[in-house]
Design a protein. Sequence first.
Length: 162
Amino acid sequence: MRRTIKMSMGVGASSLIMIFVVLAAVTLATLALGTAHADYKLAMKSAKGVSQFYKADSKAEEILAHIDKVLRYTAVSNLEKELLAIPGVAIKDTREDTIEDRHIVYEVPINDRQILSVILEVNESAKLSQLSYNIIAWQVVNYVEWDYDEGGLGFEDIIIEE
C-alpha cells in the first residue's frame, strides 16, 4: 500500500492571506479617500481665491474706467478735484507740483490679507490735447505678514525644543 502525501496550504494559511489582502485594500482606500478630501479642500480654497481676485480686478477696472473718463473730459484745472472725488483714489506726488509729475494711486481689497494696488502715470498728449495714463503697477500686495504660529505646517506638537 502506498501512502499519498497531500500538500495543501490548508484553511489557516489562505485565511491569513485573505486578511492581509483585505487589510491592504482598506488601507489604500482610506489613503485615497484622505487624498481626495485634501484635494477637494485645496480646489475649493483655490476657487475662492481666484473668485476674490477677479472680483477685485473687476472693481479696479471700473475705477480705471471712471479715471479714464475724468482724464478725457475734465479740464486740467479741475482734474485733481474730480480725481479725488472718486472713492479710494489718491494722488501721489513724484517730483513737482504739476499733474504730469504725479501718480494716481488706488487700492481694491481682495480679502482680509491682500489688496490689488494700482498706480497710474498721467501723460499729456500733444496731438489730442487731452490727458491719458500709463499703468505703472497693477499688482497684488500682501498687507498682513504671514505668521508661522497662525498658518503653521501642522507639526507643532512634534517639534522638540532643546
